[in-house]
Design a protein around this ligand. Sequence first.
Ligand code: LAN
Length: 735
Amino acid sequence: AVAADYTPLDVPASGTTPFTDLTRWRLLVNDGGRHTWQYMRTDEQAANWPQSEVDRYWLGIPLNLPTLPKPKTPLEAARNGYTFYKHLQSPDGHWAGEYGGPMFILPGLVISSYITGMPFTREERLEMIRYLFNRAHPEDGGWGIHIEGHSTVFGTALNYVSLRILGVDAEHPVCIKARAHLHKLGGATGIPAWGKFWLSVLGVYSWEGMNPVPPELWLLPNFLPFHPHRWWIHTRQVYLPMSYIYASSHTHPLNPLTLSLRSELYTQPYQTIHWPSQRNNIASVDVYTPHTHLLDVMNKLLGVWELVSPLVPFVRKQAMDIAYQHVVYEDENTSYQCLAPVNKMMNQIVRFLVDGPSSHAYEMHSLRRRDFMWMGEEGLRVTGTNGSQLWDLSFIMQGIVESGLEGKEREGDMDSVRRALGWLDGGQILDDPKWYEVAYRHTTKGAWGFSTREQGYTVSDCTGEGLKAVLYLQNQVEGIPQLISDRRLCDAVDVLLTMQNPSGGFASYELIRGPRWLEWINPAEVFGDIMIEYAYPECTTSTITALSIFRKYYPDYRAAEIDLTITHAITYLHSVQQPSGGWVGCWGICFTYATQFALESLSLVGETYETSKSARRACEFLVGKQRGDGGWGESYKSCEQSAWVEHEETQIVQTCWAVMALIYARYPERGPIERGVRLVMGRQLDDGSWPQEAIEGVFNKNCMISYPNFKFSFSIWMLGRADKYLRELDAAGSS
Ligand code: LAN
């Protein structure tokens, strides 16, 4: 392997001006939507590969597009939006975009790369440093769990360590300030469990300070309610490599940097820390889900097992062998991409330990790191997945078709939607995973995942939205080629029909496999509801809408089952409507997001303001939240609390969701709709784009994630629909 360069770097005091030449960065899009940012080292390279508009937009370099004619109607505004947005479409048909937000993922990449000896380029190091500088909390200098969150020990300690590994001096002003805040929060002893893991493997925390993560769980019989295959897939895929590494107690050899970190991270000398008593020491600013007594008791028992297990070494060996085997399954099922970058960076360590630095697995892991590194205006961040390709594409296509913008008006639009359909064609997963039942995987044949086909995970609502986009394009756009066969559409439906839970609701990746009480032993402290799959309103609504639209075009395919599935899902949806009238969003912020999807579903089964109490209550709830300027604004705190919390500012994206919701429900008064439309039109810029506002998405209640493409897809979609709907109201003579 190449000797990785982590030597100190001399960097400016702040990240406001770029540390590299932004005009030299290029986004390479290949292999079905893979994103990797490349830096042109020489003038010649730069000249041979000119910077595209996509590159420039995401780097924050002005596109200098002409001012568009001022829109007079919502439809004209939507068209201007699409005119702009087409500049951001990749040649392969999808819309690339930044998928940042969480602040605990970059440290995984940096620590794992450092431990395994994988290199970064100098430019990548510089821009990651700059990103962290720019994201440090302006007042206290720390970092939170996500870009808008308050500083925590988890965020501050891990990002501080990342800066130091990347080459920033401990006496750099950013480090001094961050360290002071870390000490104010009590130092790194109180870091949550996943942080204890990363620091331990780096050698700057002790494995003794971490509650046990025994791989023996994988030896238990499958029927046990707490067998890991019953956990939510992200939790199981993270604890899998973590258990291997824990059992190996691999610790990076001490060196001057880690020795120094041992003295920087704590408020007392490292040697004096009593590690076993740190296991349940979690800083209060970090805690979202406190330990239960059950968890504490279980951890004590596991601690006893850790003392006993050396007496039966073959048990540990067998458990580690099985864990390793599952790591290999995961790597090979996803082309080393893995489910998400958290388990990917851990699998990378396992493969380094077992297969070594000259193995194919090592090389693939090293390459794949780049799929998560996204360069942008503020520097280089690490994304929550390898992109949101399918997700963004499906929404914008539905919006374009529903607004009637697909080529009737202008040359070139047809080309845009054709390319998009081409991407959807290549993006569908056509087979079950290579390692299927043995890896406890759900079927994937016919599904769409959230990002690329290669990542290879079925997601219920991604399959639903992908299917809808294809149905809209292939059936409503004249002259478009029928790229995706009926058989393949039926395959997508087949997948969806495998995913309904007894409650009628749909979960994210799989059926709910474990009991709810597993949440009592959620060991992650910083996330809520992660132990098992749950039925989610959004996943359920996407399935309902996809199946309803599918049955219009294919009334004969599995008709009775589809009808039953929809009816049952609607029952679930009603059952989770809040007394206030809204639905709590689990993947977007928050009530506006889920309520929009809920009202879309209800409308497809004929439930609207006039016909359904539930839809009416939802409309009244939303209208009650509209602000004086015509917009809606919810803080991310709504997701933490499952209760509406106002944002200081109204938000374009949430206003779109709320207005769409009212339109789906056929809300009879034009006033609230018109005011929302006016707000979104008023915030549109001269070139047809919209500015970025607050963060849009969420996962696991407590971590926010960015969906910067939403400001385009949902604005265009909402304006297009509103135009039609307001005309209908006019025709009906509404006031
Ligand atoms: C995502 C992103 C997409 C999201 C939707 C499709 C929007 C949702 O409707 C279903 C769930 C899903 C697929 C989802 C699940 C959790 C993810 C993968 C993420 C929020 C992106 C990042 C997050 C992942 C868990 C981040 C890594 C953190 C861990 C706790 C392992």
